[in-house]
Design a protein around this ligand. Sequence first.
Ligand code: NAD
Length: 298
Amino acid sequence: MAVYGWIGLGNMGGPMTTNLVAAGHTVRGFDLDPEAVSEAAAHGVETVGSIAEVVAGADVVFTMLPRGEHVRAVFGAEDGIWATAETRTLLVDSSTVDVETSQHCHDLSAQHGFRFVDAPVSGGISGATAATLAFMVGGEDEAVREATGRIQPMAGTIIAAGAATAGIAAKICNNMMLFIDLMAASEGSQLAEQLGLDPKVFWEIASVSSGRSWAQQTWYPMPGIVESSAANRNYDATFRADLALKDVSLALDAGERTGVKLQAAQLARQRFEQLIDEGFADKDCSLIVKYSSPDGGA
Ligand code: NAD
């Protein structure tokens, strides 16, 4: 059994640490939000009040934080991970961040004598709860191998993506494709309806035809078609609009840096911005379907 340190006990970190505890590991957790802390404590996490206490004696330390700036702060602060951990401890960042932040963590970890891997996840809160997350892992082979063993109790799939930042690069590209597919499912569902098709019959046709996608299969933005769709629950979030905007913006920033033209992703970003401007930041991002409906107000 191993000792895990964990920083960021939110929607994802909470259930992920619950699964580590259930697998028999010791987990020491830290979060700035008292509610997240008490929720984790109720699930068997030993909650502590500082990063130094999280990392003390840990075999591995995970970070599961909102954005790049939080990750940089938690690693680099005077009382942060690099300053307080022992160099034998493997460092794993599972947050969705920009490639530059991830590279910075690889570089500075190496300078401080640590092994670091980027290991972002796909599968959402339901995957975190069911321990079926897909992890995409980037870093040096030996560190990736060790991280794979530590990740196992939380994962359905673990893929070694390549060298430093390959995991986060894969995550950013994957989510961009997901949001473009969500746009396609939104527009397709609305056009099919306006052309007089039975929505369920059209969904079944697309399911065995070339319009099939993960978004179409599990996230179809019309009520009464796919059980897992947020459309059945007044668009209560399974993937919040503000997080979708963050992820698609990471892809667009990477596109700008590399010269790749990402026009469909740009349109997705406009739709998510529109949702947030209208006060729907915490609603499911599939609510963008309303901008395709004839009376939805694009
Ligand atoms: P969240 O906001 O629910 O949780 C993040 C936690 O980090 C919060 O509890 C916050 O208090 C804590 N935190 C922030 N700064 C901190 C600091 N300096 N020290 C300690 N704790 C700090 O977010 P989440 O949904 O758990 O997502 C975490 C990461 O995983 C994000 O990068 C997100 O993009 C990514 N992700 C989320 C999902 C999802 O479906 N929610 C899916 C895949 C990936």
